[in-house]
Design a protein around this ligand. Structure first.
Ligand code: F6P
Length: 327
C-alpha cells in the first residue's frame, strides 16, 4: 500500500459515455472504503485549470449508476494544451493537496494526463470511457456496449421502414477513427454491409457489393457507415452510388449523438464498476500513469504511451463473418 496517497481527484474528459457515472461511483466508494479523501473535478481539464474541485462523499454518488452522461460534466480543453494552462491546473491541485488523479476518458484525455504527469509530479490512473472502443489495453471501453445497443435498436427500426418501401439505406454511426461501433452494429443488426475507416474500400467495391444483393433479389438493403470512413460519411457515399440503383430509393440516416446518451447497459455498469474500483486499488498498489483495462475478463494495466499509441485492431474474422452473413 502506498501511504503517500491520501487525497485523490476524479474527473471525466473528452466525449461523455454511458457508464461514466457508474465508474465515478466505484471510484468514490472504493476510495472512501480505503479511508482516502476523494474530490471531483468538474468539466475535465477545464475545471482543473479553473479550480472547480469539490469533495465527494459516498452519498454524492448514490442514485447515479443507471444514469447516462456524467455528474462531473466533461469538456475538451484547448487551454490544457498550453504550458500555462497546465501550470494553472497544477496550482489548483496543489491548493487542494491532491496527491493523485483518476481520469475517465479516451485517447485525448490520457495524452493530456501523460504530458501533465511528466511536467508535474502528480500520478494518474486512466479509466477508458469512450463509446469508440478504440483504446489498446482493454477489450472494451465504458460506453461502447450501450452505444452499440442504441445503434442496433435504431437500425432495427430503420429496417422496418426500409423493408416496407424497398429502400437502400446508408446509416451512419459514430467512430471518427474507429470502426468498432460500425462493425458490431452491422453484425448485431444483420446489415448487408459495413464500411469501416480501417478498411480501404472504393466506391466501385461498394457498388459491386450492393449489386450482389440486388441480384439475389434483396428487396431492401442496409449499409452501416462509420462516420470516419475515408470515402466520406453516409451522405457522400449514398450520393456517389445511388444512380446505380434506380430500383431502390436511396435514403440516409445519421444516428449521431443518440449513441452517446441513455442509461448504460448492465455490461457497461459492470465494466465501469470493475474498472473504477481497480483504478483506486491500482493507485494504492503503486500503479502510475497507466490505463486500467479489462483483457480476457481480467484487470490489466497498460502504460499510457501504449494505450495511446498502439492500435487496437479488430479480429479480421469478425469482418469476414460480417461479409458472409450480410450477403
Ligand atoms: O469520441 C467519441 C465520439 O462520440 C466520436 O465517436 C465522435 O466522432 C465524437 O466523439 C463527436 O464529438 P463531439 O460530441 O464533440 O461532436
Amino acid at each position: 500500500m502506498d501511504s503517500s496517497i491520501k487525497r485523490i481527484a476524479v474527473f471525466c474528459s473528452g466525449g461523455d459515455a454511458p457508464g461514466m457515472n457508474a465508474a465515478i461511483r466505484a471510484v468514490v466508494r472504493t476510495a472512501t472504503y480505503n479511508d482516502l479523501h476523494i474530490y471531483g473535478i468538474f468539466r475535465g481539464f477545464e475545471g482543473m485549470i479553473n479550480g472547480q474541485i469539490e469533495r465527494l462523499e459516498t452519498q454524492n454518488v448514490g442514485n447515479i449508476i443507471h444514469r447516462g452522461g456524467t455528474i462531473l460534466k466533461t469538456a475538451r480543453s484547448e487551454a490544457f494544451r498550453t504550458p500555462e494552462g497546465r501550470r494553472m491546473a497544477y496550482e489548483s491541485l496543489v491548493a487542494q493537496d491532491i496527491d493523485a488523479c483518476i481520469a475517465i476518458g479516451g485517447n485525448g484525455t490520457f495524452t493530456g494526463a501523460q504530458i501533465f504527469s511528466k511536467e508535474y509530479d502528480i500520478p494518474f490512473v486512466g479509466v477508458p470511457g469512450t463509446i469508440d472502443n478504440d483504446l489498446y489495453g482493454t477489450d472494451y471501453t465504458i460506453g461502447f456496449d450501450t452505444a452499440v445497443n442504441t445503434a442496433v435498436e435504431a437500425v432495427d427500426r430503420i429496417r422496418d421502414t426500409a423493408d416496407s418501401h424497398n429502400r437502400l439505406f446508408f446509416i451512419e454511426v459514430m467512430g471518427r477513427h474507429s470502426g468498432y461501433i460500425a462493425l458490431y452494429t452491422g453484425i448485431g443488426s444483420g446489415a448487408g454491409s459495413v464500411l469501416l475507416p480501417e478498411r480501404e474500400t472504393t466506391i466501385q467495391e461498394v457498388i459491386q457489393q450492393l449489386r450482389v444483393g440486388a441480384k439475389r433479389k434483396k428487396l431492401f438493403s442496409l449499409v452501416i457507415v462509420a462516420e470516419g470512413h475515408p470515402l466520406g460519411g453516409a451522405q457522400a457515399i449514398a450520393d456517389a452510388v445511388k444512380h446505380e440503383f434506380d430500383y431502390y430509393e436511396t435514403k440516409v440516416a445519421i444516428i449521431g449523438h443518440l449513441q452517446r446518451g441513455g442509461s448504460p447497459t448492465a455490461m457497461d455498469r459492470l465494466l465501469a464498476s470493475r474498472l473504477g474500483h481497480a483504478a483506486v486499488e491500482g493507485l494504492l498498489n503503486g500503479q502510475r500513469n497507466v490505463m486500467v483495462g479489462m483483457v480476457n475478463n481480467q484487470i490489466a494495466f497498460t502504460d499510457f504511451s501504449d494505450a495511446i499509441h498502439k492500435s487496437k485492431d479488430f479480429n479480421p474474422e469478425l469482418l469476414h463473418m460480417a461479409e458472409i452473413l450480410g450477403l
